[in-house]
Write a protein that binds this ligand. Sequence first.
Ligand code: PLP
Length: 389
Amino acid sequence: MDFSAANGSSRNDRLLLCCRCPTLDCMDFTYLDSAISKLPRRRIGFYPTPFHALPNLSAAYGVNLFMKREDLAGPSAISGSKMRLAEFVLGRAVDAGVTHLITQGAYLTNSGLQFAAACLSARITPILFLTRNVPRHGQLAESRGNYLLNQTMGVETHVINLTGDVWNDPEPAARVADAIEGRKTELEAQGHKVFIVGPGGTHPDAFVAHAVTFRELLEQSDAAGVQLDFVYHTIGTGTALPGMLAAKLAMRHPVRFRSISILPYDDGDRMNPGVIVERTKAVLATLGAPVPDDATIRAEIDVDQRFIGEDYAVPSPESTAAIRELARAEGIFVGPVYTGKGLAGLLDHARTGRIPAGSNVAFLHTGDTGNLFEIPQVVGHIAEAKSLT
Ligand SMILES: *Cc1c(COP(=O)(O)O)cnc(C)c1O
């Protein structure tokens, strides 16, 4: 496909900006920007998010480590990768005259917090249906972390206590779905217009958002004179990878993605590579880019499930160590539920040679810092027990 007619930029600009490929069937920044600019979007965060080197950790591991800071996406200091999703979902919701947006997640949800903040900014009323795994975390006894922040924003929250696994068991999942449907019906009877967004910010309008993240990452790494070999990130509900992967394929960039999962990710699991393939194809179609066959997309997906630990939202020793290591080397914080586990995977790969020495590696910091202020059953013991008092 020849994109040159679509963007009108000169061949020289294209080579300067584009992905080093000699052919014309490759999307460049101008074309990507033009495709994205046609989509409804409510601007809320501060973009582009920063990109910077991690010099001390790089020296310790013999690889060149960089960080892309979705945790700093705004509008507040506690942010993350869901804010970009919210911008595209709310663009559509505002156009449609939506008054209330209902979403769901664990009681410590990052996406719920970011969607709630985004909704308030767009004058839409957020409602959260939150599940609490009582055997793991006990009854909700005090407001901490993201839950405290949701309460501070005055968000309507419904906490549903569960003993089973809401993610995999049909019974608790049905209870949550019924509760959401009931609240929606009530609101509609009062004349309101309600939008429902899935757990983790999943929504068909959302997946294109992180194509922009990848575009920023390329521009920023190019400006730093760095050709990225790997992008590492923590994968859960699969909202960031499809957009990034679609942009990588459309722009024919050689970078490899490595996803460290916090949930099981095999074929047959609720989240699995096939879901990522389908979402990636949908983003490519949205961008108007060629859609390769499934096997080509699947070959780009590399999920490492060895860092899940005991369970979702249960701290692992590797994650606790990674949180401390980054904090002590660089003064930067990752969180216990997602980004600590993701960083633990990256550091393990660097230690064991799965990242070749001298590689250029970006870690996508997707947020999770609010969970540093959770109960010990969630955050673990990130500070050493020793104290000077
Ligand atoms: C939601 C979330 C993830 C996982 O994101 P997906 O791209 O949807 O798999 C990773 N890190 C943090 C901090 C999150 O909140």
